[in-house]
Ligand binder design. Structure first.
Ligand code: ADP
Ligand code: MG
Length: 351
């Protein structure tokens, strides 16, 4: 993890709004051909020629979406970009540009915003997107960060939530639940630290889980992989809120039902052991946890051979007729209705 290094504290007022924008964006040099004009004018100018443009935006608010007690600002910047790129990849598109808007209270020194922007810069570099604009303003309390991501795709390649058909296979990338349990570990350490500020947490065994929470990676690799495999999903969504609610979104938009098989849900060994330690059901975590930023999609059964054996992809179920409903088939072969948070028998705090 990266630590906040805030020995130097330069007050935001020393730079002024324009000085601050210049300072924070000095390293953002556009690289893509589609970026005609980036930061520095009244608006950015982009040229996607004959392709379709996809746009997505997210707003993150301190105290609601992140807690700076355990979220280093560099990671926050990185994650704010990731959550948006994930939405672009979920359309089967290529992410190309982002804009970044921030509102900050004067409790943040310039150095804190430098850290935030170093995370944004790293994400832009690794994911090959240009930062082409944004807005900077003050807030009376806390930090707000809003990122808008743009991407591009051939019209015929775009995948919506609405195309799944009965009998299509339900496929997920990567493994699920780790980000949520990473958050549980961080929350627990925060309480321990409050009680004893000298405690030195040993988090080594939780590295994977904490990384999944603090430094999620969007699945940039999946749209080109699908192209290479010659598979066009019939529907797709990214997993931000937990498997259960994403399956429900696909089903509702596509007017189909689904059977999800508990035994097929991909779990990392670190997730299994932390769930044992916290005495929490790992299936419940994957269904309701969220922030995995994996992709969930459906494919025609005819395409099964093309994805079979790919280590990035796991078939976890299939779609059904709409009137059959949406179900989890448990390891004990029970059929439980899927609901937006977990499943019925575990439903404690449905809202
Ligand atoms: P305006 O008054 O037209 O909103 P600004 O002075 O806010 O213009 O912005 C000047 C330039 O800097 C614009 O290109 C804008 O997109 C960019 N910009 C402003 N704030 C940010 C930010 N936080 N991150 C990235 N670019 C920014
Ligand atoms: Mg502005």
């Amino acid at each position: 993890m990266l630590q906040n290094s805030q020995e130097n504290r330069t007050n935001l007022s020393e730079l002024g709004e324009f000085g601050l924008i210049d300072h924070l964006t000095a390293n953002f040099k556009p690289k893509l051909k589609s970026t005609v004009k980036a930061i520095g004018d009244d608006a950015a100018v982009l040229d996607f020629e004959n392709k379709h443009t996809v746009v997505s935006t997210d707003l993150l608010i301190e105290g609601v979406h992140f807690d700076l007690a355990y979220m280093p600002l560099k990671h926050l910047g990185y994650k704010a970009v990731m959550v948006n790129l994930s939405d672009i990849y979920a359309m089967n598109a290529t992410a190309t540009q982002v804009t970044v808007s921030i509102a900050v209270s004067n409790r943040f020194p310039v150095e804190a915003l430098e850290e935030l922007y170093s995370g944004i810069e790293l994400a832009a570099k690794i994911y090959n997107v240009d930062v082409v604009g944004g807005d900077t303003t003050s807030s009376t309390s806390g930090l707000l960060i809003s990122v808008t991501a743009l991407g591009v795709a051939e019209a015929e390649d775009i995948v919506y939530r609405s195309g799944a058909k009965p009998n299509d296979l339900l496929v997920v990338t990567g493994d699920l639940g780790a980000a949520y349990m990473g958050l549980q570990v961080l929350e627990r350490e925060k309480e321990v630290f409050k009680a004893n500020p000298n405690s030195q947490p040993d988090l080594d065994q939780y590295t994977y889980l904490i990384e999944r929470q603090l430094k999620p990676e969007a699945r940039k690799d999946i749209p080109p992989l699908l192209k290479e495999l010659d598979v066009k999903p019939t529907s797709m969504i990214d997993i931000s809120d937990g498997l259960s609610s994403e399956i429900i979104h696909l089903c509702k938009n596509s007017k189909v039902g689904a059977n999800l098989f508990e035994e097929k849900i991909p779990l990392d060994p670190a997730l299994i052991s932390v769930c044992e330690e916290f005495e929490i059901d790992s299936t419940m975590v994957t269904l309701s946890g969220g922030e995995d930023y994996e992709l969930l999609f459906t494919i025609s059964q005819n395409d099964y051979d093309k994805i079979k054996g790919n280590p990035n992809l796991t078939v976890i179920g299939h779609m059904t007729a709409e009137n059959e409903g949406m179900h989890l088939i448990t390891r004990a072969n029970q059929k439980l209705p899927l609901i937006a948070r977990g499943w019925n028998s575990m439903n404690k705090e449905e809202n």
